[in-house]
Write a protein that binds this ligand. Structure first.
Ligand code: ZN
Length: 266
């Protein structure tokens, strides 16, 4: 299902299926200044393509390789829509060997494709914002001081992460976009975020405080499960249906990995 919400000159395309609504997941793509920002997930491909038939765009920009953002890159490229996507994003997206079962059930499997998307001139600044994934970018519209943050924010205390994320990199990326002073911010899973700079700062503060407490607990030999229970409020429901792919335990593990790699948040 595709539901359009208008925010002045920005159109939010809220993409859901019966299953995503049942598990309270949703993902949004956005249309701003004639460009589609993110392409949604494979299970909404036909709705998205039908919408773009009625409301054509000049091009599309992809924030990162995950299938709920890059999931329709191939379908758009096949229809001649210029897609701004980094080589790293395209490679990671297409190299995805098999989507884990829960992700397949929710988002569907991206269609493999060999079409190389045509790039396009666009009016935005693409800000590298690694952390959630290495290839992640945020899309900054300086003219309207609007930030499309992809999966960079996801909530102040969002602590369920994939094993390959980096909290230290995430903090640096949050600092980078907070410094831009956005007046509006659109999160790919939460939509419009009120008072974005305050929200970004609150997230940075929470991550630094929590990462520091996790490091101390790890140094004192506290088991991961106990850290999750004590510092993160217990495991997130998503951990159970993702079979541990996305979890708060991973949050503890990536902080351990950051510390081992010598990367520390300030
Ligand atoms: Zn993502």
């Amino acid at each position: 299902m595709l539901t359009v919400r208008h925010h002045d000159q920005v159109r939010e395309l809220i993409l859901t299926t019966r299953l995503t609504r049942a598990v309270r997941f949703r993902v949004s793509a956005f249309v701003c200044r004639g460009f589609l920002i993110d392409t949604g997930f494979p299970r909404v491909r036909s709705e998205l393509l039908a919408y773009l038939e009625r409301e054509p765009v000049q091009g599309a920009i992809v924030t990162h390789w995950h299938e709920d953002h890059a999931g329709n890159v191939t379908a758009l490229a096949e229809r001649g829509v210029p897609v701004v996507v980094s080589e790293e994003t395209l490679r990671a997206h297409r190299a995805m060997p098999t989507v884990p079962p829960y992700r397949w059930a929710i988002w569907g499997h991206p269609r493999p494709g060999s079409i190389v998307p045509r790039s396009s001139e666009h009016p935005f600044t693409l800000v590298p914002t690694p952390g959630h994934t290495d290839d992640h970018i945020a899309v900054w519209d300086a003219e309207t001081r609007t930030l499309f943050s992809g999966d960079l924010f996801l909530g102040v205390k969002a602590s369920f992460v994939h094993a390959e994320e980096s909290v230290a990199a995430l903090i640096a990326s949050l600092e980078r976009v907070a410094a831009l002073g956005p007046e509006r911010m659109f999160d790919a899973h939460r939509g419009l975020v009120d008072r974005p700079v305050a929200a970004l700062r609150a997230k940075i503060e929470w991550l630094e405080k929590t990462a520091s407490a996790v490091r101390t607990a790890l140094a004192n030999g506290v088991p991961e499960g106990a850290i999750v229970a004590k510092l993160l409020g217990g495991e997130a429901p998503v951990a159970f249906f993702s079979l541990g792919q996305v979890s708060r335990r991973n949050f503890v593990r990536v902080i351990r990995a950051d510390a081992r790699a010598g990367v520390r948040s300030p």
